[in-house]
Design a binder for this molecule. Structure first.
Ligand SMILES: NC(=O)c1ccc[n+]([C@@H]2O[C@H](COP(=O)([O-])OP(=O)(O)OC[C@H]3O[C@@H](n4cnc5c(N)ncnc54)[C@H](O)[C@@H]3O)[C@@H](O)[C@H]2O)c1
Ligand SMILES: [Fe+2]
Length: 387
C-alpha cells in the first residue's frame, strides 16, 4: 500500500444546538477572554445570540469582531489581530462561513503573545512556527470544510489570493450545529453545497495524495450531500437535510485536507478573483467541463462515484459511458438547484477567457493534483466550453 498521512481537527462535536455550549467548551480550554470572529450578515441575523448568551452566564469575557468580508482582504486580518492583541484575548472562535473561519485561524496564530511572525511570513506550506491560541471553529455554511482543513485563504491584491497551510490551523474543536444553517438562503445553500461536493469529487480523483481514508470521507460525504442538497435548497427548514449537508461538507473537508483539490478549483479561482463570483458558484460553472476533460484519465474513478451520487439512476456500460452519464446528471442537478450554468450568464466577455486561462495556469499547487495534465490551451478550451 502507498504510504499516506491523514490529519484532522482534534475534536468534532456534531450536535444541533451545540453552539449554546460554547462558553463551557472555552472554559475547558482554560480561556478567560475570548474573541468571536464573524461577519456583518451573521451579526445582523443574530446567529451568534445563543453562543453569546452562554458567555453572559459564565465568567469568560467575550468580544465580537464582526468585520469579516467574503474572500477576506489582508486589511481585515490585520484589524482583527490588532484588536485581539490589544485585548489580550486567550482563545479564538471562528463563527461563520469559510471567510470568518479562515480569519480566525490566522488570528489564533498571529495574536499569540509569543508569536514573532507576520502574515507575509506564513503564506505557502508549513511556514508557520510556534504555537497558536486555542481555536474553536463553528461553521454556519455547509461548504468550505474550513473547520477541518489546515488552510487559510486571504485576498492579497485586486484579483489575487494567497493561501497559508499549516497543521496549526486545525482547530481544537469543530462544532457542527445544523441549527445555525437553517436560514441559509437557497442560492448560498446551493453554491456552498456544490463547493463541498466538488471537494469530495476532486479528493477522490486527486493524483498524488489520494488515500483510503480520504476516499472513505469523500464517498460518505457525497452520499450525504447528494441525498439532501435538493431538499436543503428548496425546503431550507428541513433539519435532517441541513444536518446531512453540514456533516457531508465536513467529511468532504477532511477528504480534501488530506488529498487536495485540483483543476476545478484551479479554474474556479480566477472567476472569483476577476469577477467576484462566489467560490461555490465559480466551481459549479466549470465543474462538468473539467470532468469531461478528465474523462481520459479518471473515468474509472468517476464511474465508482456515479451510483453514490445518483443512487436512483441506472448506470451501465463502460466506465466512460457511466462517467459521461454522471457528468450529464451533475449538469441537471446544478440547473435544478437554480444556479447559473454558463460564463455568459455571468456577463463575462468572451475576450476575457485567455486571461482567465493564464491565471488558472498559475495555480500550480492545485494543478499538480489533477488526474490529467492541463495546458494553457486545455484551460482555454474548458472555459470556452463553459461559456
Ligand atoms: N480554508 C479552507 O479550507 C477553504 C476552502 C475553500 C474556500 N475557502 C474560503 O472560504 C471563503 C468562502 O466561504 P463560504 O463559501 O463559506 O462563504 P462566506 O464565509 O464568504 O460567507 C458568504 C455569505 O454567507 C452569509 N452566511 C453565512 N452563514 C449564513 C447563515 N447561516 N445564514 C445566512 N447567511 C449566512 C455570510 O454572511 C456571507 O454574506 C472564501 O474566502 C474561500 O477562499 C477556504
Ligand atoms: Fe472549495
Amino acid at each position: 500500500m502507498q504510504a499516506f498521512t491523514f490529519a484532522t481537527s482534534q475534536s468534532i462535536i456534531c450536535e444541533s444546538g451545540a453552539a449554546s455550549r460554547l462558553a463551557k467548551i472555552c472554559q475547558q480550554q482554560g480561556a478567560q477572554s475570548v474573541m468571536l470572529i464573524t461577519d456583518p450578515g451573521i451579526e445582523q441575523l443574530g446567529l451568534h445570540r445563543n453562543a453569546l448568551d452562554s458567555f453572559n452566564k459564565s465568567n469568560i469575557a467575550v468580544q465580537v469582531f464582526s468585520d469579516v468580508q467574503a474572500d477576506p482582504p489582508e486589511s481585515i486580518v490585520f484589524d482583527a489581530i490588532t484588536i485581539a492583541k490589544e485585548s489580550n484575548v486567550d482563545a479564538i472562535i471562528g463563527f461563520g462561513g469559510g471567510s470568518s473561519m479562515d480569519v480566525a485561524k490566522i488570528v489564533a496564530l498571529l495574536a499569540h503573545p509569543e508569536c514573532k511572525q507576520q502574515l507575509a511570513d506564513i503564506y505557502g506550506v508549513n511556514n508557520a512556527r510556534g504555537e497558536r491560541l486555542p481555536l474553536i471553529q463553528v461553521p454556519t455554511t455547509a461548504g468550505t470544510g474550513s473547520e477541518v482543513t489546515p488552510v487559510a485563504i486571504v485576498t492579497t491584491g485586486e484579483t489575487t489570493k494567497m493561501g497559508a497551510v499549516t497543521p496549526l490551523f486545525l482547530p481544537d474543536f469543530a462544532i457542527l450545529d445544523a441549527e445555525l444553517t437553517m436560514g441559509l438562503p437557497p442560492h448560498v445553500t446551493a453554491a456552498t453545497g456544490v463547493d463541498a461536493m466538488v471537494h469530495a469529487i476532486e479528493a477522490y480523483t486527486s493524483k498524488i495524495k489520494k488515500n483510503p481514508m480520504s476516499d472513505l470521507m469523500a464517498k460518505e460525504g457525497l452520499r450525504l450531500m447528494a441525498g439532501s442538497i435538493q431538499t436543503a435548497v428548496h425546503h431550507g427548514a428541513d433539519k435532517k437535510a441541513r444536518e446531512a449537508m453540514l456533516l457531508g461538507a465536513m467529511l468532504a473537508g477532511q477528504a480534501f485536507a488530506n488529498s487536495p483539490v485540483a483543476a476545478v478549483h484551479a479554474l474556479a479561482y480566477p472567476l472569483g478573483g476577476h469577477f467576484h463570483i462566489p467560490h461555490g458558484l465559480s466551481n459549479a460553472l466549470v465543474l462538468s467541463h473539467v470532468m469531461r476533460f478528465n474523462l481520459a484519465a479518471a473515468a474509472d474513478l468517476y464511474a465508482e462515484l456515479a451510483p453514490i451520487i445518483f443512487p436512483h439512476e441506472t448506470f451501465s456500460g463502460s466506465d466512460i459511458e457511466i462517467a459521461t452519464k454522471l457528468i450529464e446528471n451533475i449538469e441537471v442537478l446544478i440547473k435544478d438547484l437554480g444556479l447559473p450554468t454558463t460564463l455568459k450568464e455571468m456577463n463575462i466577455e468572451a475576450s476575457y477567457l485567455p486571461q482567465l486561462a493564464q491565471d488558472a495556469m498559475l495555480q500550480t499547487r492545485l494543478l499538480v493534483n489533477n488526474p490529467r495534465d492541463v495546458t494553457f490551451e486545455d484551460a482555454l478550451a474548458i472555459y470556452q466550453a463553459a461559456y
